[in-house]
Design a protein around this ligand. Structure first.
Ligand code: ATP
Length: 503
């Protein structure tokens, strides 16, 4: 925070006209602006109150919209002023009807150019919002700053202040564990949770971790773009894909001892991309990997990232990656990655959004220092930009094909064992021979169907013959999606991506 505050102070001194502060909490922005004010007069406009007193938030005059408020300022003499505009994404983004608040944008532009060109006007405009929505007309006047969520040291200070106020003395181990659990939450949320924990039993201790994790999950859910996935899957639940499993095992050793490994010269793992046929274990691997690494799994829903307003998609992507950074160490599972970059080379406004998203994602991947392990999954690699597939972006790219005969036998075993039905009456080898072209998902559905039929059939035993019958009546995915599968297979073999299965 110190570094960013210094950076913002320099921009104020150099008279940059508009500083856009992206923050999850307005109070943080208010404190920052107050600390930089040094006697300057502060005007505030917000969506609910119009022109308000910066300190008390009480209205200073009858409600006026942003355009009117800026018009008044344009006629004023501005010398050493801070102009704070809250809810900037609402005031400057597209209206729900699809129009844009063009008068407010035009007047803000006039104000910015007055600050830049008129040496008698000394003012800084602060736009404050939880999302960055930058109207194109204002782009060259705006400098964007993302105010960070509290880091571990800051969180420990907050815990210290709270416990001191209540005369509590939690031991260092508890403070460390709480600080870790609080990562990714705002100061206000941390304050509320400390209060709730204390009200519950008059103590701040290890028992409060569950409360914190539940609240954190809520915050992540509320973001609408990230979801915390609870995993039960283990590496043993994956039949086959041995090369990929070995690779993940190696990364687990590094991730679990990251500081030690880095001191030895090992680079922090960036992540892995798993591409390939549907139903063949990509999502399963994402879940098992998080469990193996003993890290929380955050799933990024690429579809919900794509907003309909200008800048919304980038804003969402930025928010999601920032949240993942704050929650780190974690595994960030980007499911159906290709959807984010659809139409990147197609031209038109869609491709512009896709290109910007892509650029932002690449930079983040390149610069990320937080312990976020990215696990991206995709079916249609032809939609992915070639730059993404280049070595170095991800630590490795794996191709998951339809399981081999040996793998199919292992997948039968996994699913029968999971349901307590693996016995000498079943010969996985025979079943594997009969299921050429079946995906893991097909095999799972054969097992489920056979068990259901056996139940209806007076709880008959599950044996090779019963499973064989179900297989005969199953149309596997490879058959159903013949054309698509052939198209993917050709693309994958052309790209010479490493196979997830042992040769
Ligand atoms: P999609 O591209 O359609 O999302 P996917 O490759 O992510 O497919 P999964 O969701 O991982 O496929 O697989 C679907 C189900 O099939 C899994 O829940 C799992 O039960 C089973 N399955 C797939 N592959 C395997 C495997 N190799 N071993 C065990 N089970 C598997």
């Amino acid at each position: 925070m110190k570094r960013i505050k210094g950076d913002i102070a320099q921009h104020v001194e150099a008279l940059y006209p508009i500083l856009y502060l992206v923050t999850f909490e307005e109070q943080q922005a208010d404190e920052l602006i107050s600390s930089l004010a040094e006697g300057r007069k502060i005007y505030e406009w917000n969506m609910s109150g119009g022109r308000v007193d910066f300190k008390t938030k009480l209205p200073e005059c009858d409600y006026c919209d942003l355009a009117t408020a800026i018009d008044v300022l344009l006629k004023d003499e501005l010398d050493n002023h801070f102009i704070v505009i809250k809810d900037a994404h609402l005031a400057l983004g597209e209206t729900p009807q699809g129009g844009s608040p063009s008068v407010a944008i035009a007047r803000l532009k006039a104000l910015a150019s007055k600050i830049v060109e008129d040496s008698n006007t000394r003012a800084t405009v602060f736009l404050v919002s939880s999302q960055a929505v930058v109207p194109r007309e204002l782009e060259k006047y705006i400098s964007l700053f993302e105010l960070p969520l509290p880091d571990e040291a800051h969180i420990k200070e907050l815990i210290g202040e709270f416990t001191e106020n209540y005369g509590l003395k939690p031991n260092a181990k508890v403070v460390d564990a709480l600080a870790m659990a609080f990562r990714g939450l705002s100061r206000q949320e941390i304050g509320f949770l400390l209060n709730r924990s204390y009200q519950k039993d008059g103590a701040i201790d290890m028992d409060d971790i569950c409360l914190i994790l539940a609240a954190k999950e809520q915050t992540i859910k509320k973001s609408g773009i990230l979801e915390m996935v609870h995993v039960k899957e283990k590496l043993d639940d994956i039949g086959g894909l041995e090369t990929l499993k070995d690779w993940l095992g190696q990364k687990a050793k590094v991730l679990k001892n990251l500081t030690d490994a880095q001191a030895f010269g090992v680079e922090a793992p960036k992540g892995v991309m798993i591409v390939g046929m549907p139903g063949c274990g990509k999502s399963l691997t994402a879940k098992a990997a998080a469990a193996l690494f003993e890290l929380p799994l955050l799933r990024l829903d690429v579809g919900s990232l794509m907003g309909k307003y200008v800048g919304e998609s980038e804003g969402n992507m930025r928010r999601a990656l920032r949240l993942a950074d704050a929650v780190s160490p974690c595994v960030l599972w980007i499911d159906e990655l290709e959807k984010a970059f659809v139409g990147i080379s197609g031209g038109g406004s869609g491709s512009e959004v896709a290109s910007r998203l892509f650029g932002f994602f690449l930079t983040w991947m390149q610069e990320k220092t937080g312990a976020v392990f990215v696990l991206a999954t995709a079916n249609d690699i032809s939609a992915l930009p070639p730059e993404l597939m280049r070595k170095g972006r991800f630590d490795e790219i794996f191709y998951v094909n339809f399981p081999t005969e040996e793998e199919r036998a292992m997948i039968f075993k996994v699913h029968l064992k999971k349901r307590g039905k693996l016995s000498d009456a079943v010969d996985p080898k025979q079943l594997a021979e009969k299921t050429d072209g079946f995906s893991g998902a097909d095999i799972e559905s054969v097992v489920k169907e056979a068990i259901e039929q056996a139940y209806v059939d007076a709880k008959a035993p599950i044996d090779t013959a019963r499973l064989g019958k179900v297989i005969e009546n199953t149309h596997c995915l490879k058959e159903v999606m013949k054309d698509k599968v052939a198209e993917y297979a050709l693309k994958f073999s052309n790209m010479k991506i490493k196979s997830a299965s042992k040769p």
